[in-house]
Write a protein that binds this ligand. Structure first.
Ligand code: XLS
Ligand code: CA
Ligand code: CA
Length: 443
């Protein structure tokens, strides 16, 4: 096993079981263990986010970078880009992670013009393709960074200047080509700066229509190139713009239907973005899943700071809900759990990158065992069925089939008299749920 950038980890991380106290071992993630007929690896489809893991510097709004990364060892941006890819694949192989995700500008520096940027990207995509062949790690999804360069200050697709949109179009074109060359299963659009700060200088409907136009062109290009993966929209309510057009799952679903994009696009739900929108992670997952629009997940967690802190998922309760919803909706197809998460500013060491991912992978693997047990036991499902059973027969079934009227319902209500008050039993349900998590119901 090549060891150049991570000498502190000499081999692949192994599964050692819940009793192990080895910090560099999995306690729950046993890649080949069969759960509900499928190996854990295929259920969870973990991916490393190149931007945080390889390019993160530890900067925050109050200070610049603090990490020394051994792959930033040359004066040349192109050399560093190559070393960073080499280091990434050493990390992926040691972590035994099956997938990765990247933005175009994460892996290759922007050039002096569109053609030079495209040429830089092509060199690094060829290098990544060769590295992929040496490991068991393939691309989950690719994307374009349409938010860091100063030209995108007022947005990319929603910019008031069509020339800026054209630059974004060129970038997306090459990022889609890169995704196809690397065998990516999906391509993601996160809104970036697609939003606004004030209506005082903004034509909101013009911008929303521009965004739809851009997505049509991107979809048409991808399909014409033979891409049959899934296109994702990743909702986020604010930051960097005050108002982001892709606010949350409900807003994006409405947008896709308004502009007839629902057949090609699915949602990539990020935990921290749900909480920034004052929803739970489970709420947006449930909304996307129940309308058949859940595609992929950016696994992370927020803090009480109120901005997008992108921490590793470590809250078992929230992860059980996430996996439960995903399992019940049939599991991932093209999507997976991408760790859009970064080590804290104070966690300088490259070893911390392993600890962060091991913790996230173990939390979600543990959650998978618990969620599967909840489904197998069937108690939760039968409670829900019983609670809504009135809609299965009689007048309830007629309502659901669209076979009744307000007048018939009024007559029925008059005949029935006042409805009986029935407890929702929330506290009881919570304590039953907790037995799976802390009550030893899962081994
Ligand atoms: C930013 C987003 C971003 C997308 C990819 O908040 O999470 O990282 O996932 O552009
Ligand atoms: Ca994300
Ligand atoms: Ca985020």
């Amino acid at each position: 096993m090549t060891t150049q950038y991570f000498p502190e980890v000499s081999d692949q991380i192994q599964y050692e079981g819940a009793e192990s106290d080895n910090p560099l071992a999995f306690k729950y993630y046993d890649a080949n263990r069969i759960v509900a007929g499928k190996p854990m690896r295929a259920h969870l489809k973990f991916a490393v986010a190149f931007w945080h893991t390889m390019k993160g510097t530890g900067s925050d709004p109050f200070g610049g970078g603090v990490y020394d990364r051994p792959w930033n060892k040359s004066g040349s941006d192109m050399d560093n880009a190559r070393y960073t890819l080499d280091a990434a694949f050493e990390f992926f192989a040691k972590l035994t992670v099956p997938h990765w995700c990247f933005h175009d500008r994460d892996i290759a520096p922007e050039g002096a013009n569109i053609s030079e940027s495209a040429a830089n990207l092509q060199i690094m995509v060829d290098h990544a393709e060769a590295l992929q062949q040496t490991t068991d790690c393939s691309l989950l999804w690719g994307t374009a960074n349409l938010f860091s360069h100063p030209r995108y200050t007022h947005g990319a697709a929603t910019n008031p200047d069509p020339l800026v949109m054209a630059y974004a179009a060129a970038q997306v074109r090459y990022a889609i080509d890169a995704t196809i060359q690397l065998g990516g299963q999906g391509y993601t659009f996160w809104g970036g700066r697609e939003g606004y700060c004030s209506l005082i200088n903004t034509n909101m409907q013009q911008e929303r229509e521009q965004m739809a136009r851009f997505l049509y062109m991107a979809k048409d290009y991808a399909r014409a190139q033979g891409f049959n993966g899934v296109l994702y929209i990743e909702p986020k309510p604010g930051e960097p713009m005050t108002h982001q057009y892709d606010y949350d799952a409900a807003t994006v679903l409405g947008f896709l239907r308004e502009f007839d994009l629902q057949d090609d696009f699915r949602l990539n739900i990020e935990a921290n973005h749900c909480t920034l929108a004052n929803h739970t992670f489970a709420h947006d997952l449930m909304l996307a899943a129940s309308s058949g629009m859940l595609g992929s997940v950016d696994a992370n967690a927020g803090a009480i700071l109120g901005w997008d802190t992108d921490e590793y998922p470590s809250n078992l309760y929230e992860c059980v809900w996430a996996v439960l919803i995903i399992l019940k909706s049939g599991g991932f197809t093209s999507g997976g759990f991408n760790f859009d998460a970064k080590v804290r500013r104070g966690s300088f060491d490259t070893l911390d990158l392993f600890y962060g991912h091991i913790s996230g992978m173990d939390t979600l693997a543990h959650a998978l065992l618990i969620a599967n047990k909840i489904i197998e036991d069937g108690e939760m499902e039968s409670y829900l069925q019983q609670r809504y059973s009135g809609f299965q027969q009689g007048i309830g079934a007629k309502i659901m089939q669209g076979n009744t009227t307000l007048v018939e319902l009024e007559q029925w209500a008059i005949n029935q008299g006042e409805p009986k008050k029935t407890s929702g039993r929330q506290e009881l349900r919570e304590s039953l749920f907790n037995r799976y998590i802390v009550g030893g119901l899962v081994k």
